[in-house]
Structure formats: C-alpha cells, structure tokens
Design a binder for this molecule. Structure first.
Ligand code: SMG
Ligand code: MG
Length: 377
C-alpha cells in the first residue's frame, strides 16, 4: 500500500465517459507528429456519495504509445467499467487489482482509478495532495516546447516562456532537428535549466550525434530510443555524459525496477497515465527515492482535471527535478475547470480543495464533448 492512510470505499453506481476535443493555443509538434486539438476522455464516477472526475490521457492516434482514444473508449466500456461496477463497495486502492486481469490499457485504467479516488476523497473531505503524501504547497513549473519552423522561431518561443516565468525548458527533438536547435537555445539564454525529449526517435546507430548533445550541459535526454529498447538505453547511457531519462519505457513499477537494475536510466519521468494510475506512480516514486534516482512529473497535455492531480503528485518529496506541470494556458485558452492552473512566480499551486481540488465548468465540458456514454449498474 503506497499511501499512509487509505481512502474510504465508495458505492459505485455508474460511470459517464465523454470524448472531448479541445483546441490548442498553438500546434504542438513532437518527433511523431503535430497536434492542433487535444482529444481526451473524461471519466465521471457516479457514486452514492457524489461524483468523482478522472482523465484518460490517450491521444487520438497511437503515436506516443499503443493506446489511443477509440481503443481506450472500447476497453473502458466493454471491460473495465463493467468489472468495477461488479464490485458493490469499492476502495480506490483496489481499482488496479480489480482491473489487473485486463492486460495493458494503463491510461484507461489510470483515468478510471482517478475518478474513483476523487469521488472517495471528496466524500471524505480530503485533498488528493494530502492523500498522496505531498510535502509542498506549490511546485516549480517547466514547459515542453514543441519542434518549431526554424531556429529563430524556437528562440523566440523559448524567450516568451522564460519571460512568463517558467523555470525549466524542455525542447522536443528528432534526428536532424536536434544539435543546432539546442545550440541556438543555449547561445541565446546561457545557463538556463535545459533538457531535451526525443520521444523514441533515435536508434543506437545515432550514438555519435546524440553524444554531441553532451556539450550543452543538459539536465537530461528523455527517451531517445524505442519503448522496449531497455538494453540499448543502458548501452547508450554508458556512452553519454548527459543523463538518460526514460518516459515511454517506464510503464510500471516493474519496468522501472528493471530499467534501474540494467542501468538504462539515471532519471525517471513519472506519468500516472502511462503507468496505470496515481498509486502505481507513487510506488515508482518510492522505488526511485530509495534508489537515489531523481524523478519528475511528466505531462500529457492534461485538462484541469489531470493537471490538478499532477500538481499534487509533483509535490511528493522524491520529485526533485522540475516537471512538465505548466499553466493551463500553455495549451488552452479555455479549460474545463473553473480555476485552471496558473503560473505564479514560476510555480503552480497544489490544489487544497477536496479530492483533485478543482471544480468542473459544466458549460465548457459540454461545449467540448463530441461523444458520451453512461453506464449504470
Ligand atoms: O503536458 O506539458 C505537457 C506535455 C509535455 O512533452 C510533453 N509530453 O513525451 O513527455 C512527452 C510528451 C508526451 C505528450 S505528446 C502528445
Ligand atoms: Mg517524454
């Protein structure tokens, strides 16, 4: 049990799932493509003591990982939600165990678990941060900068984020759009905290060009190789001075333990969605803290729901590196919560309200909904 004090059980009566499409303030380009709209699934747990909210962070296409909206939608409605509804009284800590027979689909499981957890904590009057073990009331905010048209544009985009107060910059890179881009940002802004993320775009054959990044004194290089290239990441790590951080590869506590045992990573990006939930995320946090491995909280362009939960997670003691927990307006002009996360002195506040600590804006939720399904016991 990763938490100090479990939450009370809820009497689960149903689930409402919605697909939302929310326009982004600007296109977001990574090594695997460009997004202009965030397609996401919002889960609402209906319980005898009130509702709870969760977010399934899949994208429209299986490009970041094998999960995607329609796959998550199908598995949630066909298998996961019915399995949860079969339980008459459900403790949030037993959601993962209940869903374990269904292989994979971790983002779908994570979103459902968060909805149950939020309902339980709201009913008890407990904030998520307190439940997870947060030790800070705000967290430093880093920003993930997509691949830009050219280097001049990249420098101006980074400048605007630094002016807003972001305390760490992450550049998305891919082969051919890496060394010169990183050099341009280093030249323009000197010793700012800087890191890069390749989203699996390289192979070991690119070792020499990846080693060129060593001269930029980066905090880390995130996921240079494929998701299942654990041994190759270990080989790469032995040849780079830049610390290797894993994102896509770390799908569970077990995957994290294996990666550390093999020397495949010296830093880990923790995303609750990717690992199947906030409780699994805490287990990885605890593993890394005991192993002396720094972790940071990743982002999946979350709406105000997941963003609030991520701020709570990032406030745990082992999150010693700045995460991708940015303000809502980094991605959205309009969010689905009434108090979207804002940047204050380079930080985002950990909500103190009950559960995830933010309230849903029902009109925005409705406006962005493109599909909806309700399942009742
Ligand atoms: O939420 O700030 C955010 C996005 C951070 O770059 C980010 N996420 O690989 O770390 C990552 C990417 C995954 C999302 S790309 C669709
Ligand atoms: Mg990443």
């Amino acid at each position: 049990m990763p938490v100090a004090r479990p939450a009370a059980s809820v009497a689960l009566e149903g689930f409402e799932l919605r697909v939302l499409q929310i326009p982004l303030v600007a296109p977001f380009t990574t090594s695997f493509g460009t997004e202009t709209v965030r397609e996401v699934i919002i889960a609402r747990a209906l319980t005898a003591d009130g509702d709870g909210w969760g977010e399934i962070v899949t994208g429209a296409a299986p490009l970041y990982s094998s999960e995607y909206t329609q796959g998550a939608w199908d598995v949630a409605l066909r298998w996961l939600v019915p399995a949860l509804l079969d339980r008459h009284s459900l403790a949030p800590e037993t959601v993962a165990e209940t869903l374990r027979p269904f292989v994979g689909h971790r983002m779908a499981k994570a979103g459902l678990e968060l909805a149950v957890l939020d309902a339980a904590l709201r009913a008890e009057g407990r904030p998520l941060g307190e439940y997870l073990g947060a030790v800070r009331d705000r967290v430093p905010s880093g920003v993930s900068v997509g691949i830009q048209r050219d280097r001049e544009t990249l420098v101006e985009v980074v400048r605007a984020y630094l002016d807003e107060g972001y305390v760490r910059i992450k550049l998305k890179i891919k082969p051919g759009r890496d060394i010169a881009e990183t050099a341009a940002v280093r030249d323009a802004f000197g010793g700012i905290p800087l890191q890069v993320d390749a989203n699996s775009a390289y192979t070991l054959a690119d070792l020499d060009s990846l080693a060129e990044l060593d001269r930029f004194d980066l905090l880390l290089i995130e996921q240079p190789l494929q998701e299942d290239d654990i041994v190759d990441h270990a080989t790469l790590a032995r040849h780079l001075r830049t610390p290797v951080c894993l994102d896509e590869s770390i799908v569970s506590h077990k995957a994290a333990a294996d990666a550390l045992a093999l020397g495949a990573a010296s830093v880990i990006n923790i995303k609750a969605g990717r690992v199947g939930g906030y409780l699994e995320a805490i287990a990885i946090h605890d593993l890394c803290r005991d192993a002396g491995i720094p972790v940071w909280c990743g982002g999946m362009l979350e709406t105000g729901i997941g963003r609030a939960a991520n701020a709570a997670l990032a406030a745990l003691p082992g999150f010693t590196l700045t995460g991708d927990v940015s303000a809502s307006n980094r991605f959205y002009t309009r969010d689905i919560v009434t108090e979207p996360a804002v940047l204050e002195d380079g930080h985002v506040r950990v909500p103190t309200g009950h559960g995830i600590g933010v309230e849903i804006d029902p009109i925005a939720l409705e406006d962005f909904t493109v599909a909806r399904e309700t399942v009742r016991r």
